[in-house]
Design a protein around this ligand. Structure first.
Ligand code: MN
Length: 291
């Protein structure tokens, strides 16, 4: 077996969730509260909307029109369904098991809501939104979407029906992920049955982390429980997981982007000057129109 990564630390979710609009009740693991920007690069932000019951509503809850520039937003729907509309006329629904990989690039306006029919019925809602930085050379790339559906997601089924790994991005033991990325990123959605054991590697050059969405696991010899976030050291490549009960995990790893970060809300650039330009472009309507 490969030498195992050491664990740098494990922390649980922040005490209180925040609201993004009125539809996304999320725990922010970083950057707010945890000063780990360097250790999690190329990931800029992780909002985890842990399972929460939303009662029926005729008016879908969500977040109204807002811009993004300079990075990618990755939305993973676990429970419930998210609808989105953008200034380029695109719209779509992210259903349970689907992933939307949106490259904001040079800039987009969009809105994100509970899907209308789902909203009318209400139910448990669980999702993740991850922001992935773009390297300087691609910050102004044209906006695009990758709609990665559950049905088309590359999967690895574990022996004895002990679970499966949905390879959203990167390379899981030789199985290539669904997403095209600008820099090397692994994103693995793991659903494990109690007793499942799984071994894999992420490159030494990557920053590697893991979020326990549900259940309890033992990872590289340490216990990680529900909503724990694990940050690995880069001493070795190996990760060895045992599910102590049925568990859902998200493994994130990526090549760090060693460039300056200038952020103002939904704009993430390299310099203050570029931020000013982003604000000017937004104010003068260059991000398009969406009502
Ligand atoms: Mn957004």
């Amino acid at each position: 077996m490969k030498e195992l990564k050491k664990i740098k630390f494990i922390f649980n979710r922040p005490e209180r969730p925040g609201m993004v609009g009125d539809g996304f009740r999320v725990y922010n693991y970083f950057p707010s509260g945890n000063n780990i920007r360097k250790e999690v690069s190329p990931f800029l932000m992780l909002d985890f909307g842990a399972s929460f019951y939303f009662p029926p509503s005729d008016t879908p809850r969500g977040v109204d029109v807002h811009p993004h520039r300079g990075f990618e937003t990755v939305t993973i729907a676990y429970k419930g369904a998210v609808a989105h509309h953008d200034s380029a006329g695109n719209s779509g629904i992210i259903n349970s098991g689907d992933v939307q990989w949106m490259t904001a690039g040079s800039g987009i306006l969009h809105k994100e809501y509970h899907e209308q029919n789902w909203s009318k019925k209400g139910g448990d809602f669980e999702m993740i939104q991850l922001w992935v930085n773009l390297p300087k050379a691609h910050k102004m790339t044209p906006p695009k979407y990758q709609e990665l559906t559950a049905a088309n997601m590359p999967k690895v089924i574990l022996p004895d029906a002990k679970g499966q790994v949905n390879v959203i991005a990167g390379d899981f033991n030789g199985t290539k992920g669904a997403a095209t990325t600008f820099t090397p990123v692994n994103l693995f959605d793991m659903k494990l049955k109690a007793g499942a054991e799984i071994d894999f590697t992420t490159p030494l050059t990557h920053n590697t982390t893991l979020l326990v969405i549900e259940g309890e696991i033992t990872v590289n010899g340490e216990k990680a429980g529900q909503h724990d976030f694990v940050l690995f050291r880069d001493n070795a490549e190996g990760i060895s997981i045992k599910a102590n009960e049925d568990a859902v995990l998200l493994v994130l790893s990526g090549e760090p982007i060693d460039e300056p970060i200038a952020q103002y809300g939904p704009f993430v650039m390299n310099t203050q000057q570029e931020l000013m330009e982003a604000i000017d472009d937004f104010n003068s309507g260059k991000f398009g129109k969406l009502v």
